[in-house]
Write a protein that binds this ligand. Structure first.
Ligand code: F58
Length: 807
């Protein structure tokens, strides 16, 4: 599009929608008009893409995820359509700043953290690699809560992201379908002797899809992310004249659950899981039927991915649709189901592995429960004589009146993968070892990846420009080419350029910190960043223990030679996770104490930025010097902020956990700071049960002083929280071994303090991190999924093979 065409289109849209001239429009009107224009450009490609898939009979994957975290889409869509620069300069001609328009857009925050963001990075990469793949999820009316701090406490406010409407989505009324919940079911014997399920007294809700185009990077491909919203079917309207009853239905897709620990919400959460699974499966089968192919070809045309266990009801739902609605027998339906489905596990934490009480499942989805029972019965039967009884009992779906959703996903699919090498190994050797014995061929690893386009090209333009200058812009299409940067390791001019690019982003972040918190920080200090959900295993608390160590060090010796450092946190705690909320409170109070103590001479500052989300990550990550990846070894499945920070030249301080291990292998020992227990040592402690935090404390004066600060009034205003944390570390024996890892962590931090003083040395380390981040591109990850698990091909490869030319 030329500049003139862009202006003309904008003028027209402003007149048509707002009765405004370009010169009179404000950022909101401009954003929506520009969004509409972008959508119109991409719609043409979108239509072509799906028609192409249909006529070519392409096998497609459907990525089922209860969370998607796309963030803002305007700039990413412009970039992927290849018109970012044109639009930016056109707007500049009329004195409009694209950044200001982009800020009008609300983050689409339909997820909690890594799991949801991974789903969105995958959507970007799947489209960018020309792969036929679609998302399937829930269109929550309210996304993840907005976080504010009051007196240092986390306060949760509703996220009204749809208030001004969502410019990207298309409501597809004609693709709506009915989902049935509750009621009861019994088996009726037909005249031919066969049994048929009869369902009664059900509640029927309407699932209406809202589709958003997932635009590939400058390749003409636009895939679909389909999010379902609940409505009352027209035929049922009369039943719901009572407003209260209406609300119970409409609330089904009202909010994203930050966790499932509150009983009151659990029924709704289960209904949500079934709702988007059932709607998704029904729409896929409806599509497949249009192809007029026999059922046994289903797995040649369709792959369905279960992202964590939340969509695990795909297994019984696909069985139900094939058997009850299309008359297939059990064996045939089962064979198809296992071939079509695949599953990713994202955690080894027992409390996070979903289990649903039988009574709840029976109540919410009685027919699904019946099918689950039958899967369990047949599984147990088929294993008799092959595996020992105790193994069979441990692996079955139904145990202690609960349904083990991971077991359902593993038994009902052909592939189970972990998200980093160590995590996949732990699944095989420990967490899911029994299943590995039963189905060794089903287990595989797919290390997570990130969309470099968003995390470098969009988030960090100064660095992107330096890269173009040094290694040409080929890395933009092929992130592997970042490797070429290694040629500049000893080039002082290149190192200086990289340093200057980092400084620009640090200055921007410093301004943002001042604006939002009133805290003044120096861009010359080390920016040390820990950004992730607040969870005990991620050990934000250990970071604080080290900050307190430095605090006491400076107090004891005001002349101490410390490199000034700003510790930056970003994290939301699940509203019902009170321990995590206490950690937020103590960090905020310690921050207040430190930031207002002039005797520290600004040697350390602590900033907890509120409302961590994708947009805030885009501000923090490019400005980071140090990346904190300090989870207890074995607990973090992979991590992805570690990859984003590395890509932006931050140097990692890490335990040997998750993808940190692969990052270490990629950058080499000199360019990462490793400390702490290994996963084997952690498991040894579990086995021998000989960990005593009290013993460590009793023998360690420094730790005594730091821990006592939580209860002796040193950190003010934390009577309750301080005691809770103190007790967790001593009375309850320090579940995540903070005291055990503390000194090694402090040692690694001291090394960072020392190395950062040598600007050239530090910049070389930073360069090695950028150069080796290409291996963590989500493009590579989804290509591996496509080849090994989904068996789908890029549209280009497919059309070439068939001898056609439409790409
Ligand atoms: C995360 N899981 C893992 N779960 O913790 C992280 O290591 C990994 O990199 C990432 O998945 C992607 O594989 C995660 O984000 C959740 O947010 C849960 C969702 C359901 C409610 C409880 C939190």
């Amino acid at each position: 599009m030329t500049k003139e065409e862009i202006k003309k289109e904008l003028r027209q849209r402003l007149r048509d929608t707002y009765a405004l001239e370009l010169e009179d429009a404000g950022p909101v009107e401009l954003f929506y008009s520009l969004g509409g224009l972008v959508k119109a450009v991409s719609n043409e490609k979108w239509q072509k893409t799906w028609k192409n898939y249909l006529t070519e009979g392409q096998k497609q994957v459907y990525y089922f995820s209860i969370e998607f975290l796309p963030g803002k889409l305007l700039k990413s869509n412009l970039l992927n359509l290849g018109i970012l620069d044109e639009v930016r300069t056109t707007l500049a001609d009329i004195n409009v700043d694209l950044e200001e328009l982009a800020n009008v857009e609300k983050d689409m925050a339909l997820g909690n953290g890594g799991l949801g963001r991974l789903a969105s990075c995958f959507m970007d990469s799947i489209a960018s690699c020309g792969l036929p793949g679609n998302g399937n999820g829930i269109r929550y009316d309210y996304g993840l809560f907005k976080q504010q701090f009051m007196d240092g406490y986390q306060v949760e406010l509703p996220d009204e992201w749809l208030k001004r409407g969502n410019v990207w989505e298309i409501r597809r009324e004609s693709k709506a379908c009915d989902v049935h919940l509750f009621g009861n079911v019994y088996m009726k014997r037909l005249a031919n002797g066969k049994l048929e399920p009869v369902e009664e007294n059900q509640t029927t809700v309407r699932a209406v899809p809202y589709d958003t185009g997932m635009i590939g990077y400058q390749n003409g491909i636009v895939n679909t992310m389909r999010l379902w919203s609940v409505e009352i079917p027209v035929s049922e309207e009369a039943k719901y004249h009572n407003l209260g009853e209406r609300r119970t239905i409409e609330d089904l897709t009202a909010v994203l659950y930050p966790d499932d620990s509150q009983e009151s919400g659990r029924l709704v959460r289960l209904a949500q899981e079934y709702f988007f699974v059932s709607a998704g499966i029904q729409s896929i089968i409806r599509y497949y039927k249009k192809l007029n192919l026999p059922w046994h070809s289903l797995s040649e045309k369709i792959a369905i991915h279960i992202n964590d266990t939340h969509p695990a009801m795909c297994v019984p739902e696909l069985m139900r649709v094939l058997m009850d609605e299309n008359g297939l027998n059990w064996e045939f339906a089962w064979d198809i189901t296992v071939k079509v489905l695949s599953y990713t596990n994202h955690t080894i934490m027992a409390e996070a592995l979903e289990k649903w009480p039988v009574y709840l499942m029976k109540r919410v989805v009685p027919r699904i429960y019946q099918i689950i029972e039958e899967i369990d019965r047949r599984y147990v039967m088929s294993m008799q004589g092959i595996h020992p009884q105790d193994l069979i009992q441990r692996t079955r779906l139904l145990q202690n009146d609960q349904i083990y959703m991971a077991h359902l996903a593993i038994i009902g699919s052909h592939s189970t993968n972990g998200v980093a090498k160590i995590h996949s190994d732990l699944l095989k050797t420990i967490v899911l070892h029994d299943f590995y014995v039963v189905y060794p061929e089903r287990f595989n690893n797919k290390t997570n990846g990130i969309a470099e386009r968003r995390w470098m090209q969009l988030a960090n333009e100064p660095l992107s420009d330096v890269m173009d200058e040094l290694i040409t812009d080929s890395w933009r299409k092929a992130p592997q080419n970042l490797k070429l940067l290694m040629n500049y390791q000893n080039d002082e001019i290149a190192l200086k350029k990289l340093r200057e690019a980092k400084l620009v982003k640090k200055e921007e972040l410093a301004s943002y910190i001042l604006e939002t918190t009133g805290i003044q920080v120096s861009p010359n200090a080390i920016f040390d960043v820990q950004i992730k959900r607040l969870h005990a295993y991620k050990r934000q608390l250990m970071n604080l223990l080290h900050i307190l160590k430095l605090y006491f060090d400076i107090k004891d010796n005001p002349e101490i030679d410390l490199t000034p450092r700003v510790f930056i946190f970003g994290a939301k705690a699940a509203p019902s996770y009170s321990y995590a909320k206490s950690i937020i409170k103590v960090i905020n109070e310690a921050a207040d104490m430190i930031n207002n103590d002039a005797s520290l001479q600004d040697k350390i500052k602590v900033v907890f930025l509120p409302n961590y989300n994708v947009s805030l990550a885009e501000k923090i990550i490019p400005a980071a010097d140090v990346s904190e990846q300090i989870s207890l070894a074995s607990k973090e499945a992979s991590g992805t902020s570690n990859m984003k920070l590395m890509l932006n030249g931050a140097v990692t301080i890490a335990t040997l956990d998750g993808a940190n291990i692969e990052i270490k292998d990629a950058v080499g020992d000199d360019n990462i700071y490793i400390f702490g227990l290994t996963e084997k040592e952690v498991y040894n402690y579990y086995e021998n049960q000989d960990y005593s935090s009290q013993k460590i404390y009793d023998e360690d004066e420094e730790l005594q002083r730091i821990l006592d600060a939580f209860i002796d009034g040193t950190i003010p205003n934390i009577e309750f929280e301080g005691q809770e944390i103190y007790d967790s570390l001593l009375k309850f024996n320090d579940e995540y071994f903070l005291l055990r890892d503390f000194h090694d962590y402090a040692r690694a931090q001291e090394q960072i303090d020392h190395d950062y003083k040598d600007a050239v040395l530090w910049q070389k380390k930073s360069l090695a991190n950028i150069a080796n981040a290409g291996g963590f591109s989500a493009d590579e990850t989804v290509k591996a999924y496509a080849e090994d698990i989904w068996q789908i091909e890029p549209i280009f490869a497919h059309t070439e093979k068939e001898g056609t030319t439409n790409g």
